[in-house]
Design a protein around this ligand. Structure first.
Ligand code: GAL
Length: 673
C-alpha cells in the first residue's frame, strides 16, 4: 500500500509554491529564514522547472535544485517535489512541433505559455517519463522529500486536443471500449442524419462541423480526453512508486471550479495516494465562502472522506479574473480554516514570494512585493500560528449530514448543444441546492449516483440529466430502504450514451418518483411563474416548467400560472420505507429552502434555527477527539450553542454552553468526552 500522508510531516501542512529559480541565490537564505518565522512546514518546488533542469536534450542541471532541497532540509521544511511535465522546454517543441495541441477547428497552439500539450503524443510521453525518472533517481532518498507533485492541474488550460495522433488514439480507445464499429454506431445513434461508420478508421474527433455534431460522439470524446490525460498521470506515478517507494504521489485537482470541467475526479481520486486541491475565490457577486465550502466538500468526497490537502489558494487577490479584489482583513484565515474544517490537513498557497516578472506578478503571495511590513505578511504569520495550535486535529474526519449526487459525465452531457432551454444550467442548480443546504447548516458529502447512499438520511439530486439504469435502481433501493430523496427537474433523462431512456420521461427515475413528465415546458427569458403550497403560500420560479403526471406521487405545490398552470410543481412519493420528492421547476432560494424544510422533516435531518446565517459550523472527529469549527463570515459577533463543553484551541480558553465568535473570526473547540 502506498503512503497517503506527506512523509515526515508531523503537523498540518503550511506553505506554498516556492519558485526560487525566479530569484538570485542570495534571496534564498532570506526565504528560508522568513519561512521559519511564519511556521512554514512544507513547500512545493520545481513544478515549472523542466527548462532549467534539462537545458538541452539529455543535458541536466540539478545543482541548483540540490542546493534548494538541502537548504530547505537544513531548515526543517518538507518538500512537495514537482515533476515539471506541464511545461516542456522550447527545444522539445522545436524538435517535436506536433506535440503542441490542436483545437477543434484545426489551429495549433504555439509555445510561450504553459500547459500546451497533446497528451497522445508519443514523444511527449517519452520525454515526460525520462525527466520523471531522472528526478526520482536523484531525489528519492533526499531527506527533505515528503510528497511527489505530478504535473500541474491536469485538464487546464487545454482539456482536449483534436490532432491526427489523437484521432488514431481515439479510434484505439473506441475499439477497446466497444469492440466493434457497429456497437459504436448503435451507441451513438448514427442512423440519425446518416452518420453511420463502416470502420473505426473512418471515425475522427468531433472537429469543426457546420451545425451541431453527434452528441454521443462529443460525450465519448470528453471521456477519451480525460482517460488519455489520466494515462499520462499514471505513467509518471508508476515511475515514482517504483523508484521512490514510501513517498506518496499526488497531482493538484481543481474539483469545483467550472473552468476545469473536463476531469472526472471520481476516477482520478482512485489514482492518487493523497487527494490535493487548488481553490480560488470566484468573484462573481455570489457568497465566495459558500463556493469554497462546496469545493472543500467535493474534494473530501473525491478522497472518499479521507483527509486531503489544500495545495493552493491565495493570500489575497488573484490576477486572472476581470476584477481581482484583495481579501479583507481576516478573510484569508477564514478561507484557510474553512478548508481545514472540511477535511484539509493544512493550507498551502500559490505562492511563497510574489514574482517580479512574468504573467503572475500581480497575484498575491505569502511574502508580498512589500515584504514583511505588510498586512498580508502579518496575517500569514498569524495563520501559521493558528495551524500549529490545531495540529492535533490531523487524521480526524469531517462529519457530514446529507449527500448531494454529483457526476462529471452528466455535466458533460448536459452541456452539449440543443437542449430544451439554454437557460437551464446543471452547475447552477448544483450551486443553488448546495447553497440552500449550507444555509440550513447541513454539511454535505458529494456522492456518485451509483455509490452506496444508505448512510445518508437525505440525498439531493440537483440536476442529473444523465443517469444510468444502475443509478436509477440504486436510488430506488435507497428510498425503499428508508431514505429521503429530493430530485430537481431534468434528471434521469438519458443513459450513458446520451440516449433518452426508453418509455416516458424521466426513465431512470419515474418509478422512484411515482410520476412521468409528459412534456418539458421551459419559459422564455425573463418569464417567471408562481407555485402554490399546501398552506396557500406562493413561491417564485423561472426558466423551466413541466407537465408532470402523478402516478402514485401526491402533489404538494401546484403551478398557479404559466404553461403548466393547475398541474403539479412539487411532488412527494412514499415508496417502501422512504420518500422521494420531485421539484419540476427552477425555484429561487426561498423555494428551495421551503422544499428542503419539508423533505428534511421526512428525513429527520437536524433543523438548526439557532445558528445565524453565514456562521459556518462544521465538525471533525476521529481518534484524537471531536472538534467543532465555527467560522463567522459576518460583521457581527456571534454566539453558537454548545451541547458539550470543551476547550477552544486558538485562544486556549474553556467554553461551555455556548461559544462566542467575534465578527470575522474563527473558533475551534475540542469537545470534552
Ligand atoms: C493555479 C496554478 C498556479 C497559479 C495559480 C494562480 O491554477 O496551479 O500555478 O497559476 O493558479 O491563481
Amino acid at each position: 500500500m502506498p503512503e497517503t500522508t506527506p512523509k515526515g510531516l508531523t503537523g498540518l501542512a503550511f506553505g506554498g509554491d516556492y519558485n526560487p529559480e525566479q530569484w538570485p541565490e542570495s534571496v534564498w537564505t532570506e526565504d528560508v529564514r522568513l519561512m521559519r518565522e511564519a511556521g512554514v512546514s512544507m513547500v512545493s518546488v520545481g513544478i515549472f522547472s523542466w527548462a532549467l533542469l534539462e537545458p538541452a536534450p539529455g543535458t541536466y542541471d540539478f545543482g541548483w535544485l540540490d542546493r534548494v532541497l538541502d537548504l530547505l532540509h537544513a531548515n526543517g521544511i518538507r518538500v512537495d517535489l514537482g515533476t515539471p511535465t506541464v511545461v516542456p522546454p522550447v527545444w522539445f517543441f522545436r524538435a517535436h512541433p506536433e506535440a503542441l495541441p490542436v483545437t477543434a477547428d484545426g489551429r495549433r497552439y504555439e509555445f510561450g505559455s504553459r500547459g500546451a500539450i497533446c497528451h497522445s503524443n508519443a514523444d511527449y510521453r517519452a520525454a515526460a517519463a525520462n525527466i520523471t525518472t531522472r528526478l526520482a533517481e536523484r531525489y528519492a532518498d533526499h531527506p527533505a522529500l515528503a510528497l511527489w507533485h505530478v504535473h500541474n492541474e491536469y485538464g487546464v488550460p487545454v482539456s482536449a486536443c483534436y490532432c491526427d495522433s489523437c484521432a488514431a488514439h481515439f479510434r484505439r480507445w473506441l475499439a477497446a471500449e466497444y469492440g466493434t464499429v457497429d456497437a459504436v454506431n448503435e451507441a451513438w445513434g448514427t442512423a440519425f442524419w446518416g452518420q453511420r461508420y463502416g470502420g473505426f478508421d473512418e471515425i475522427n474527433p468531433p472537429r469543426l462541423t457546420p451545425t451541431v455534431g453527434n452528441p454521443a460522439q462529443a460525450l465519448d470524446y470528453k471521456r477519451f480526453a480525460d482517460a488519455t490525460i489520466r494515462e499520462n498521470f499514471r505513467a509518471e506515478r508508476d515511475i515514482l512508486h517504483r523508484l521512490s517507494p514510501g513517498v506518496p504521489v499526488t497531482t493538484n485537482f481543481m474539483t469545483a471550479l467550472s473552468q476545469c470541467d473536463s476531469i472526472d475526479y471520481w476516477a482520478w481520486g482512485r489514482e492518487v495516494d493523497l487527494v490535493t486541491n487548488d481553490h480560488y475565490l470566484i468573484t462573481d457577486g455570489r457568497r465566495t465562502h459558500v463556493n469554497l465550502a462546496m469545493a472543500a466538500d467535493l474534494t473530501r468526497s473525491v478522497a472518499g472522506g479521507a483527509p486531503w490537502l489544500l495545495l493552493e489558494h491565495s493570500t489575497s487577490g488573484v490576477n486572472w479574473q476581470p476584477r481581482n479584489p484583495a481579501k479583507t482583513p481576516g478573510q484569508m484565515a477564514r478561507n484557510s480554516l474553512a478548508h481545514v474544517a472540511r477535511g484539509s490537513e493544512g493550507a498551502m498557497f500559490f505562492q511563497w514570494r510574489q514574482s517580479r516578472r512574468g504573467a503572475e506578478k500581480f497575484h498575491s503571495a505569502m511574502l508580498p512585493h512589500g515584504g514583511t511590513d505588510t498586512r498580508v505578511w502579518r496575517e500569514v504569520v498569524g495563520l501559521g500560528a493558528s495551524l500549529d495550535a490545531l495540529r492535533e486535529i490531523r487524521s480526524t474526519r469531517t462529519v457530514a449530514d446529507v449527500a448531494v449526487l454529483w457526476d462529471w459525465h452528466s455535466w458533460w452531457a448536459q452541456n452539449l448543444e440543443w437542449r430544451p432551454s439554454e437557460d437551464h444550467d446543471a452547475r447552477e442548480r448544483a450551486d443553488a441546492f448546495y447553497e440552500a443546504l449550507y444555509d440550513r447548516h447541513l454539511t454535505v458529502d458529494f456522492a456518485h449516483p451509483e455509490a452506496d447512499l444508505s448512510a445518508y438520511p437525505l440525498v439531493v439530486v440537483p440536476a442529473l440529466y444523465l443517469m444510468t439504469e444502475a443509478a436509477g435502481r440504486n436510488l430506488t433501493r435507497y428510498v425503499e430502504g428508508g431514505g429521503t430523496l429530493l430530485v430537481s427537474y431534468f434528471s434521469g433523462v438519458v443513459d450513458e450514451h446520451d440516449a433518452v431512456h426508453e418509455g416516458a420521461c424521466p426513465g431512470a427515475l419515474r418509478d422512484v418518483l411515482g410520476l412521468t413528465v409528459e412534456e418539458f415546458a421551459p419559459l422564455l427569458e425573463g418569464d417567471t411563474v408562481r407555485v402554490t403550497g399546501p398552506d396557500g403560500t406562493g413561491l417564485a420560479a423561472d426558466v423551466w416548467t413541466e407537465f408532470v403526471v402523478p402516478r402514485g406521487a401526491e402533489t404538494v405545490w401546484t403551478y398557479a400560472d404559466g404553461p403548466a398552470a393547475g398541474r403539479p410543481a412539487v411532488t412527494r412519493h412514499r415508496l417502501g420505507e422512504g420518500t422521494a420528492w420531485y421539484v419540476s421547476t427552477r425555484l429561487g432560494a426561498d423555494g428551495l429552502d421551503a422544499v428542503l424544510a419539508r423533505a428534511g422533516e421526512d428525513a429527520r435531518v437536524p433543523a438548526r434555527p439557532d445558528l445565524p446565517r453565514d456562521v459556518e459550523v462544521v465538525r471533525r472527529a476521529g481518534g484524537s477527539g471531536s472538534y467543532l469549527f465555527v467560522i463567522n463570515h459576518t460583521g457581527t459577533d456571534a454566539k453558537v450553542p454548545l451541547d458539550t463543553p470543551g476547550t477552544e484551541l486558538l485562544t486556549g480558553e474553556s467554553a461551555a454552553g455556548r461559544i462566542e465568535v467575534p465578527a470575522g473570526a474563527v473558533r475551534v473547540v475540542r469537545l470534552d468526552g
